[in-house]
Design a protein around this ligand. Structure first.
Ligand SMILES: C[C@](O)(CO)[C@H](O)COP(=O)(O)OP(=O)(O)OC[C@H]1O[C@@H](n2ccc(N)nc2=O)[C@H](O)[C@@H]1O
Ligand SMILES: Nc1ncnc2c1ncn2[C@@H]1O[C@H](COP(=O)(O)OP(=O)(O)OP(=O)(O)O)[C@@H](O)[C@H]1O
Length: 272
């Protein structure tokens, strides 16, 4: 099963709770690139990690996939899980959260049990509830509020990561203002150009603090200047550029890769 990359098209930080977690208002979509989760019947829970980005998880004793499996297990069931890691770790496109959410969906199928509620999984990661929905959504609260958004225009994306990992807590800590305005509304049924204009009027409040910690993010945004719209996703450092067609996105990805062969660059469709 695909554990798709998560993209925060907008990310407004609207407050801070007494436990230190921030209140968010974010329009989230998913791309048709990501990690892969495979589950097979077995006596015990086990995890094998493969794929080009597996090295980023070598030091991880308690992978989110295993934590998600333990959360689902209530009768001692087992599963042999394989995670094929294609997304860079700690890159703002929700790799760990998407892996956890896809593990939950796959195990619900294998073990024939029901899916947990958003508030039961948000403790695994703030992005896990929206990744469980795996469709365009407005994310609120600290991540437990997930409201599906219908009728976004068809679009494609280029994801670009400069191969610098970013610590999410460090970016939140570097935020200057914690009480910012929410999104005014979330569009439905808008054409592609109007949607890009609407997006330009929204924000990612984590972009400025992330750029101050990791100046390479400015270079990534500059490389995406040919896109119809570009912004950082999550707490970075991955940025996205929007294009109307996959052909346009693929051409842009090729030219960015040629100029910056060390960067991670992927063209993808945005999932409806
Ligand atoms: C920034 C986003 O990517 C936006 O989608 C997510 O909110 C982060 O999701 P995540 O990586 O799954 O986050 P978690 O693993 O739950 O939290 C990592 C750290 O980010 C900070 N954090 C996260 C989510 C949130 N609503 N407020 C926060 O302040 C906290 O310092 C937390 O310790
Ligand atoms: N399966 C996994 N994939 C990625 N990271 C994992 C996984 N399991 C545990 N982690 C840990 O989770 C942390 C966050 O990694 P992740 O790749 O999810 O960050 P991210 O892309 O910035 O996510 P987000 O956009 O949700 O903030 C890292 O410290 C990583 O070591």
């Amino acid at each position: 099963m695909l554990a798709p990359a998560k993209i925060n098209l907008s990310l407004h930080v609207t407050g801070k709770r007494s436990d230190g977690y921030h209140l968010l208002d974010s329009l989230v979509v998913f791309a048709d690139v990501g990690d892969q989760i495979d589950v097979q019947p077995a006596d015990n829970i086990s995890l094998r990690i493969a794929g080009p980005e597996a090295g980023g998880l070598e030091a991880e004793a308690d992978n989110l996939v295993l934590r998600a499996a333990r959360l689902m297990q209530n009768k001692g069931q087992g599963a042999a899980i394989t995670l094929t890691k294609n997304l860079p770790v700690s890159s703002g496109i929700g790799g760990g959260s998407s892996d956890a959410a896809t593990t939950i969906s796959a195990l619900a199928g294998l073990w024939e049990c029901s899916l947990p509620r958003p508030e039961d999984v948000v403790g695994l990661g703030a992005d896990v509830p929206v990744c469980l929905a795996q469709r365009p959504a407005r994310m609120t609260g600290i991540g437990e509020g997930v409201e599906p958004v219908a009728d976004l225009p068809d679009m494609a994306v280029v994801l670009v990561n400069p191969r610098v990992s970013v610590s999410t807590p460090a970016v939140f800590a570097a935020l200057e203002r914690r009480e910012n305005s929410a999104m005014d509304y979330v569009p439905s049924g808008m054409g592609y150009s109007a949607f890009c204009e609407w997006l330009a009027a929204q924000r990612n409040d984590l972009e400025a603090p992330a750029c101050s910690l990791v100046p390479e993010i400015n270079d990534v945004l500059a490389a995406l200047e040919g896109a119809d719209f570009a912004r950082m996703s999550g707490s970075g450092a991955t940025c996205f550029g929007l294009f109307e067609t996959l052909e346009q996105a693929s051409a842009a990805a090729q030219s960015i890769s040629a100029a910056k062969p060390d960067w991670w660059v992927k063209a993808a469709r945005v999932l409806p």
